[in-house]
Design a binder for this molecule. Sequence first.
Ligand code: C5P
Length: 225
Amino acid sequence: AGGLVVAVDGPGGSGKSTVSRQIARQLRLRYLDTGAMYRAITQVALDRRIDIEDPVAVAEVAERTVLTIGTDPDQSTIHVDGVNLDEQIRTRAVTNAVSAIAAVPAVRARLVAQQREIIAESLAAGGIVVEGRDIGSVVAPEAPVKVFLTASTEVRALRRSRQLGEKGVDDVARTLAELDRRDALDSSRTVDPLSIPEGAIVLDSSTLSVSEVVDEVMRRSEHLL
Ligand code: C5P
């Protein structure tokens, strides 16, 4: 058996994680959150007070860091040198620094190699749903199912704001500005920018519910298993 790879790309707050986990559960596949890997390297760089605009220093952090990530859709945990970072990687400090780290080619090379290993190992177990920014274009261009999930900036900012437990209008405005900035950085970087991969179906989660998105992806995936 070949095993199935479902690649899910899209900007922040588009609902990738919710959708990807659900598809993995329904199809009994593994799940990989590649954003968590970039976030973990970022957390380490911040901890060590490295200048995140210095690509040489950042690359060195990535090279020395031993990262392990689980592939259970119900509980994907990330560890760096044995320390659990599940909570820390979701902070605002990490979210606002991660795009600079993810733009460093040596960081990407290392993480993409690790992601491909995890995908290869998962194939024997049926397959994997992988979410990120460059999965259908770079990490797994042969994936038989590619999804590009979008949503309006306003919808995405509202979602993120809610995830962060924010309530005020000012908070949403700030989150929107930060999300806009991160999207612009992710889309304009020279190495593997966020883009719609060739062959991807584009779904807009501002007009589709989670279950509608999941159903559409299921419809295109089920018969491949
Ligand atoms: O998906 P998430 O919001 O957790 O991703 C955090 C950041 O990691 C993104 O803004 C992007 O800079 C980077 N990323 C990436 N390539 C991926 C996944 C995430 O560059 N495949």
